[in-house]
Design a protein around this ligand. Structure first.
Ligand code: SF4
Length: 335
């Protein structure tokens, strides 16, 4: 493992034209690092920008501004053959694997495609690799002769995972990979992803609206709201007690057996604001039960408050172990 992050995002922004001509900032100036071998869980409500962020890292959606580095190498502006080679290192597991599979092609051909195209493998090598992958994901190599419609949803997601793993990538974005599956199948697919990423030393961004699933697979958790990262924390730190009021509300909705059953369920007031016209100050202030005047006037910065935890809030919910910058530096500006 290297000390350089496998993925480093700096000021990453994705905008698209909204109704009435105002730009919608789906991803707002995201700074984030993912270490080699780590699984980062990315959570937030539907429409908060998490899928757009995942697609922007792989440049399926082109960022409007900012930087993406892979092991320190800037990949944001790369084009043509150079980017195609790097793209083989960056793969995606989609929510709906059917959308990435050609219904008329045999599974073996679909799984082999990223290996042939991205790595320039020979047909014979690709065929061997596909057999191994189909065994690895529990389908068996005979599955390669069949077509997508012959499989169940869980089996199709196993095919999606085999296809993503085919070019031996370094990094995988798994975008809600189990949310379309029956609950009984979800655990099997999550366990498969967890086992394969661990065995292969893979790094993963696991996107989900389901904190219960994320808790099972992620090493760290990042929470997104209206295109911004508002909390990042190690898994145990996060589930031990969230620091951001929005994280607190998300966590209060997760059913668990190990916590008191009468804990308060926090229901957020109102809808997610229009991303083309986000609230001034703290973007969450319109739904935050702790908001004070400062929150409406001043946007909080994402700042460290404890080892392994950063939060974008003037009034975090947990005690701060790290002194504010103004108390440890001379001439520094408190955030
Ligand atoms: Fe709530 Fe204020 Fe913190 Fe925003 S800055 S999350 S409004 S307490």
């Amino acid at each position: 493992m290297t000390s350089v992050p496998l993925i480093q995002l700096t000021g990453l922004r994705v905008e698209y034209p909204g109704r009435g001509g105002d730009p919608v900032r789906a991803v707002r100036d995201v700074d984030l690092e993912i270490s080699e071998g780590e699984t980062l869980g990315l959570v937030g409500e539907s429409g908060c920008g998490k899928s757009t962020l995942g697609r922007a890292i792989l440049r399926i959606t082109e960022p409007t501004a900012g930087s993406i580095r892979l092991l320190g190498r800037e990949i944001t502006g790369l084009r043509g053959t150079v980017f195609r080679q790097i793209r083989a290192d960056l793969q995606m597991v989609f929510q709906d694997p059917f959308s990435s599979l050609n219904p008329r092609r045999r599974i073996a051909d679909s799984v082999a495609e990223p290996l042939l195209r991205g790595r320039g493998a020979s047909r014979a090598d690709a065929s061997r690799a596909v057999d191994e992958l189909l065994d690895l994901v529990g389908l068996g190599r005979d599955a390669g002769r069949r077509r997508p419609h012959e499989f169940s949803g869980g089996q199709r997601q196993r095919i999606g995972i085999a296809r993503a793993l085919a070019p031996s990538p370094r990094f995988i974005v798994a975008d809600e990979p189990v949310s379309a599956l029956d609950v009984s199948i979800q655990a099997q697919v999550v366990n498969l992803l967890a086992d394969l990423t661990r065995e292969r030393g893979l790094t993963m961004l696991f996107i989900s609206h389901d904190l219960g699933v994320v808790r099972h697979i992620a090493d760290r958790i990042a929470v997104m709201y209206l295109g911004q990262i508002i909390e990042v924390a190690d898994r145990d730190t996060f589930f031990g007690g969230p620091a951001h009021p929005y994280s607190e509300a998300l966590l209060s909705a997760v059913p668990t057996l190990d916590r008191e059953s009468d804990r308060e369920r926090i229901v957020l007031a109102g809808e997610l604001p229009d991303p083309a016209h986000p609230p001034a100050g703290c973007q969450f202030h319109t739904r935050c039960r702790y908001a004070v005047d400062r929150c409406r006037a001043e946007a909080p910065a994402l700042r460290p408050i404890q080892p392994g935890r950063t939060v974008r809030c003037h009034l975090p919910l947990v005690p701060q172990d790290i002194p504010a910058p103004s108390t440890v530096t001379t001439g520094g500006t408190a955030q």
